[in-house]
Write a new protein. Structure first.
Length: 409
């Protein structure tokens, strides 16, 4: 059941979060399995002579969003709507809101945002649109609003708003995560621990293709001095960071840079009839003997993990091991899809060991090698053989793992 939470975040300025909790969604962007759900966060600030709304919600939930908004303000009283990112999970309710607002509110965003909103919702939505430039400031209700563009975090339209006097960062997708946390803010450490893996998964699947821009844009904000001094970081999904705001950007940097967790090795493989499975049992055994902590994702006739979960394991792994069977002169389709998504969304400078098995002709390993050679990943070794592994194959597998571990060291 979709729910809406409305809570006051602070009194001076008078600031509220309007959070739509979507537990009905199954595949974010029609691609990524998210049984954990997601929230759509909007924020309302009441000032002297101005009422500012920061982003809105998804079209599917426009009615319940408007009901929640009306508990705080008459929509006609909203003077400004700041659109940080136009993806429809943050802008879909805008046409309904503007209609009830009587098109009085000034919409603020980048040139890209204006053009995208016009394309999504028509000319009427942007007839009172204020285009901002990077670093531009506006005085609204006695406060200074500074607009800072952060393109490709994760669309070209993206910006953040910094309220100078109150040191508030409204960051939309930057700082967001999947999941429906039990609290609206970061006041509960247990909630944070449960939530952060969903943040990693979100970063990789949503922003991963552009992950180099995470570090680049956060460094831009650091150079401006606003990350260190921020009192709150308020994203468009997940927790509002009110107690320790810079923590979420530090976490984003860590994922964006692919900082590894010591000894974690990601193991991905398919096994149709147990031939690859036996090889990976040997590989995992050798990893454990060498003090590593393998995390395994298996595609078998009994299990098929969500690729979105698998992707979330890549950034903090020290290395990746890919096991695949040859299937119709190709890489097994499950591993092939996972690998394509890894190379697109989680392309990091990490060592890779390839393990292959085949019946009448080995092809998968060579095709994986070709893909890896065009990526940031470093190929350490390839071990491919026919049928059930022999004692000689086992020694080659163990030697391949030793090479991988030596590479990490």
């Amino acid at each position: 059941m979709v729910d809406v939470r409305v809570e006051k975040l602070c009194t001076d300025p008078e600031l509220y979060i309007i959070r739509v909790d979507d537990d009905e969604i199954k595949y974010f962007e029609a691609s990524w399995d998210i049984p954990e759900g997601i929230t759509y966060n909007a924020y309302l600030m009441k000032l002297n002579g101005a009422t500012v709304l920061f982003d809105v919600s998804k079209k599917d939930y426009a009615d319940i969003f408007m009901e929640a908004l009306k508990k705080l303000v008459d929509p006609k009283e909203i003077t400004h709507i700041i659109i940080h990112h136009t993806e429809p999970d943050h802008s879909g309710a805008l046409p309904k809101l503007l209609k009830e607002n009587g098109y009085r509110a000034q919409i603020i965003g980048t040139t890209f945002a204006r053009n995208l909103l016009q394309g999504f919702y028509g000319d009427e939505v942007v007839k009172n649109f204020k285009v901002i430039k990077d670093g531009e400031e506006m005085e609204i209700g006695g406060k200074t609003f500074r607009f800072i563009t952060v393109p490709w975090l994760h669309w070209p339209d993206t910006m953040i708003t910094y309220v100078v006097e109150d040191r508030l960062i409204f960051s939309c997708d930057a700082g967001g995560g999947y999941g429906i946390p039990k609290t609206v803010d970061d006041s509960d450490e247990e909630v944070i621990r449960e939530y952060l893996p969903h943040v990693t998964k979100y970063i990789v699947t949503v922003i991963g293709h552009y992950h180099k821009y995470i570090v680049q844009n956060i460094n831009k904000l650091k150079d401006l001095g606003i990350v260190e001094e921020a009192k709150m970081i308020l994203p468009g999904h997940g927790l509002a960071w009110c107690r320790n705001p810079k923590r979420i950007f530090e976490y984003y940097e860590q994922v964006g840079a692919g900082i590894p967790t010591k000894d974690k090795v990601l193991v991905i493989y398919d096994s149709m009839y147990g031939f690859v499975e036996r090889r990976m049992e040997i590989v995992i055994d050798e990893l454990k003997k060498l003090g590593k902590k393998p995390v395994a994702y298996r595609f078998t006739d009994k299990e098929a993990p969500a690729v979105s979960d698998l992707l979330g394991e890549v950034p903090d792994s020290e290395a990746v091991i890919i096991g695949a069977s040859t299937y119709e002169a190709e890489i097994h389709p499950r591993v092939r899809y996972a690998l394509y998504e890894i190379l697109d969304k989680a392309n990091y400078d990490k060592p890779v060991l390839i393990v292959g098995a085949f019946g009448w002709g080995g092809v998968a390993a060579k095709k994986i090698e070709s893909l890896i050679s065009r990526s940031k990943f470093d190929l350490v070794d390839t071990v491919e053989s026919k049928g059930m592994p022999t004692k000689e194959d086992e020694e080659r597998l163990r030697e391949g793992v030793r090479k991988l571990v030596k590479w990490i060291a």
